[in-house]
Design a protein around this ligand. Structure first.
Ligand SMILES: *[C@@H]1O[C@H](CO)[C@@H](O)[C@H](O)[C@H]1NC(C)=O
Ligand SMILES: *[C@@H]1O[C@H](CO)[C@@H](O)[C@H](O)[C@H]1NC(C)=O
Ligand SMILES: *[C@@H]1O[C@H](CO)[C@@H](O)[C@H](O)[C@H]1NC(C)=O
Ligand SMILES: *[C@@H]1O[C@H](CO)[C@@H](O)[C@H](O)[C@H]1NC(C)=O
Ligand SMILES: *[C@@H]1O[C@H](CO)[C@@H](O)[C@H](O)[C@H]1NC(C)=O
Length: 480
């Protein structure tokens, strides 16, 4: 990218782009229609949306909002149901302002992202044109005067760079004294440095194909790998170490696994691997590959390993065509993982994706897993039950408590005479109860999977009479 292009991009970022009027009178406005971010970092894309009649006016509302990646076939697939984004995307809406954030950015995330919404009438609206995201790495180059430059395809105003010589942070720019590799990073984004650049032609050692970050569950195993290039590889003593805890190093004696050890280093023909078994949270850190020469140790930007407690959970994502179940975790999963699903404790055969489509989620109990990790079961509310204090007369206090079994936990609300919402809580509290409170009461419990109702008739008798409450149970699963 030339400087002129960069300036043009920067200019694009500074102008607000007017929204385009979409279907049904909806308008979506993106503040920036282009965005640029460093590989490995997090990007946030924002927009605002409104309806020409005003949201919440005349029954016009956005029931669900989502983001999708623009496809050639015009499919609008919620990013949360694309397995390469699971665990890495987060949606946030604050009234009419919505944002999408994607973390641990990969080059394959470069795409056009579009905001979509599903209206209360069930139609789908897409906020064209969307935001074009560029994902890039920093690069060390030299100008005509042989001075080091840190370049990126992203326009950065007043950048402040940090430089590294042979993996070690230095003050200012590298000079001409003896060292092998140079890399640079943006201040504040030191975790995402450029790949190391050889200082004298191609004859210095470097490591490529290193995954920037890996997330794994406690108790599991992980392989951290890379490819090492060097002309004099055979002369070097390779080792792995943790950047934050330099005393923690693993030599690779004889280039073979040390069986039984929890950390096993391996290097052969330039293929590097460190296998860690039975992971603990304290193993989190940046794992670097290095090599020793007679005078010192050299290293390269490594892989950041995050170890977390297993936290698989099933989430429902609603789209205009129905619900989709997604096996979620705060650890983004590698595409290599194979998942399994259970419905009512029985395996659903041939489902190996973390995304489960085409099931009636309002019925049945679902759970997911991989390897030896399982999520809890999720299910729609059971038919609620109503409990109340016995023997209450007019003028005393009466509680109608609605409860149900559901996962995730359900919220219950009370209606009177079918339509009026009289309590946003599961307890309906009368103190003192009056005879006008006689009538039909209905409790509705819902969670993301569906809803169930229970009806109750409250017959408040005058003082010295009894109160009869009988509960007529019926249920319906509806809209959701
Ligand atoms: C638009 O891009 C600029 C430059 O990258 C950034 O500073 C600004 O926060 C962005 N605005 C929004 C609303 O995302
Ligand atoms: C899912 O993501 C991958 C890359 O991350 C992309 O190639 C693919 O088109 C996406 N699929 C959909 C339907 O958005
Ligand atoms: C009824 O509910 C109220 C509010 O939750 C509570 O303070 C009160 O103790 C309850 N009364 C009875 C009789 O359960
Ligand atoms: C509910 O219906 C009863 C009789 O059918 C009526 O007396 C009462 O006013 C109604 N309550 C509400 C809140 O509409
Ligand atoms: C329950 O239903 C209400 C209104 O019908 C809705 O606003 C709310 O989001 C639902 N709760 C869940 C957890 O889906």
């Amino acid at each position: 990218m030339t400087f002129k292009d960069a300036v043009r991009r920067l200019f694009l970022l500074l102008v607000c782009v007017p929204g385009t009027e979409g279907a049904d009178g909806w308008t979506v406005t993106y503040h920036n229609t282009t965005s640029c971010a460093l590989k490995g970092s997090t990007v946030e894309i924002t927009c605002t949306f409104h309806h020409q009649l005003g949201i919440n006016d005349r029954g016009v509302t956005a029931k669900h909002t989502f983001w999708f990646r623009k496809q050639q076939d015009n499919q609008r697939v919620d990013l949360r149901t694309n397995r390469t984004y699971i665990g890495r995307v987060r949606y946030h809406c604050d009234s009419d302002r919505c944002s999408l954030s994607i973390n641990d950015l990969r080059e394959s995330d470069a795409a056009v992202y579009v905001f979509g919404l599903i209206t209360s009438q069930g139609s789908e609206v897409a906020g064209e044109p969307g935001v074009t995201l560029t994902v890039t790495d920093l690069q060390v180059t030299k100008n005509q005067n042989n001075n080091h430059m840190c370049q990126s395809r992203c326009p950065v105003s007043n950048p402040s760079y940090i430089w590294y010589k042979d993996g070690e942070k230095i003050q200012g720019k590298p000079d001409q004294t003896s060292y092998r590799t140079t890399s640079c990073a943006l201040q504040g984004l030191e975790k995402f440095p450029s790949p190391p650049e050889c200082n004298s032609g191609n004859s210095c050692a470097t490591v490529v194909n290193v995954e920037r970050s890996i997330c794994a569950f406690t108790g599991s195993s992980v392989d951290i790998s890379g490819i090492f290039y060097s002309d004099y590889y055979y002369k070097l003593s390779p080792l792995w170490f943790v950047a934050e805890r330099e005393q923690q190093k693993w030599d690779i004696p004889g280039n073979v696994y040390q069986r039984k050890a929890r950390f096993q280093g391996f290097a052969r023909n330039g293929q590097l691997r460190l296998r860690i078994t039975n992971l603990a949270e304290s193993d989190s850190g940046e794992y670097r590959f290095g090599y020793k020469t007679y005078s010192r140790t050299y290293s390269f930007p490594g892989t950041t390993l995050t170890v977390k407690d297993p936290d698989l959970k099933v989430e429902v994502i609603w789209t205009s065509t129905g619900g989709t179940l997604v096996c979620q975790s705060s650890c983004p999963f590698s595409d290599r993982y194979s998942f399994y699903w259970y419905k009512n404790n029985r395996p659903i055969y041939r489902e190996t994706s973390p995304v489960l489509k085409g099931h009636a989620f309002s019925e049945g109990r679902y759970s997911c897993g991989f390897e030896r990790y399982h999520s809890r079961e999720v299910y729609a509310p059971r038919i609620p039950t109503v409990s109340r204090n016995k023997e209450v007369v007019e003028g005393s206090s009466v509680n109608l408590t609605c409860s149900t079994d559901a996962n995730p936990a359900a919220t219950c609300i009370w209606f009177k005479n079918q339509t009026f919402v009289i309590s946003q809580k599961s307890i309906l509290y009368f103190n003192p109860i009056r005879s006008e409170e006689t009538g039909h009461y209905k409790c509705k419990c819902n969670n993301t999977h569906g809803n169930k109702y229970v009806s109750t008739h409250l017959d408040v008798q005058c003082r010295s009479h009894f109160i009869f409450i009988f509960t007529a149970i019926f249920f319906l699963t509806s809209d959701a």
